[in-house]
Design a protein around this ligand. Sequence first.
Ligand SMILES: Cc1cc2nc3c(=O)[nH]c(=O)nc-3n(C[C@H](O)[C@H](O)[C@H](O)COP(=O)(O)OP(=O)(O)OC[C@H]3O[C@@H](n4cnc5c(N)ncnc54)[C@H](O)[C@@H]3O)c2cc1C
Length: 460
Amino acid sequence: MKDFIIVGSGSSGGILARSLQEGGADVTLIEAGKFFRKDTFPRTEAAYSSQLFWGGGLEFDDKAKSAYLRAKCVGGTTNVNQCLMNRFDDMAMDDWRDRSGIDWLTVDALNPHYDKVEDLMELHTFEKKDFNRNAELFTGGCDKLGYGWKYLRRGQKDCKIEEGNDCIGCLGGCQRDSKQSTLVIGIQVAEKLGLEVLSNFEADTVVHHEDHVVLLGEHEGQKKELSARRMILAGGSFGTTKILLNSGLKKALPALGKGFCQHPQYMAFGVFDEPVDSHKGAFQTVASGDPNMRKAGFKLENVYAPPIAVGMLFNSYGREHQRLMKKYRYMACIEAAVRDQPEGGELDVDKKGNLIVRKTLTEQDLVRADKGIEAIHNVFAAVGAKEVVDSPFYFGLHLMGGCSFGTDPNKSVINPDFQVHGHKNIYVADSSVFPSAPGINPSLTIMALSQKMGEELLKN
Ligand SMILES: Cc1cc2nc3c(=O)[nH]c(=O)nc-3n(C[C@H](O)[C@H](O)[C@H](O)COP(=O)(O)OP(=O)(O)OC[C@H]3O[C@@H](n4cnc5c(N)ncnc54)[C@H](O)[C@@H]3O)c2cc1C
């Protein structure tokens, strides 16, 4: 019997696959999506959206108000994200400690684990010389208004932007193994040490036994059953919560599915007379670094999206839609991401076992969103935008919660040792364990928690 089966291969699963395999364990990594590598990632936006993501590109909440993006491929969402790497601050950790009752949730306690995962990757902190015009407009507007901003730090190695590579292309998977996804820094390293990877394998349920766990699912369209001494669920907020709900754990664990957060993101476009070419070069290099915005519960980032995605963000038709799309090269874009409250979100399954996402933004979330959008308008006005187009839609790219960790089995799902309460052989350290939204990019912390859990598992 295998020592470990890891379900899901993103920020959490990819790091665990490497650390457990390096520690001498016998590991199988299963992943619902396909196995692409640098030379096989689909090349066009239409092709990668349909092949690399759940829902063929987008998923929605039950009211179709919010859209969600999460990857379905080996390497998970780290293949398609921007790979911005941030450590959490005291504000985020204090809130986690208060809500969970877990006393080791401090920045100091996590720092050695942040150090260890950062040692696995190449990191680059952007500088002014990396800026495209979108970043110049963002920082220029912030400077005029006295808003603080900061350079972002990204997991990347030898991107060759100076030779004309545009980072926007790596939203469909990096074609030079330059982005430090867990495909690159975790799975491909672990494969050389004997890691078994089963792609196109969607886990459905788990059955816990005293000395092992059985996993039921579908591999390449065939029903399949696998067993291991320990099971690690790393399917992310949606994936892990769905497996535990379908495994019938809701009755024993009433908090299962609760506390879903998403950092709702609102994008607004400033239209200029000259080309901005926001899609060129390193397209996301700076963010707000203003303590007042942090306290107010939102942040601003200079971002952009490829044309199909931008086309979907406008609430317009016919000629008006054409007019806006013709301005694609003339638009700057800023996004406001809100630190939302967990009370408004819940994950559930229907009778067929399909995931249902319920997310009501609270009064506080809406106030935060309004403040963020107002700040974007101020920045664009300060740098002379001719028009500002707000997208009426909001997105969830950071999916968190559903299996929150804590000391009380009535209020949480995962215990301080990363085990599902009452199920000592099932472990979770992915984004589903977040007790609340940090308001900070989550992936480095998911990796650090997973590294910590891997280290503890190997000690045992
Ligand atoms: C466009 C975009 C940009 C982003 N940019 C950043 C950024 O710059 N910095 C940052 O910190 N965060 C960013 N994020 C968010 C970040 O990537 C995620 O929060 C993080 O990867 C979540 O890690 P995870 O391990 O919980 O889940 P994932 O990385 O999503 O991995 C889960 C994996 O499990 C698989 N899975 C799920 N269910 C099953 C099942 N039943 N059976 C088998 N496999 C299953 C999935 O297919 C997936 O591969 C971004 C996200 C998106 C969409």
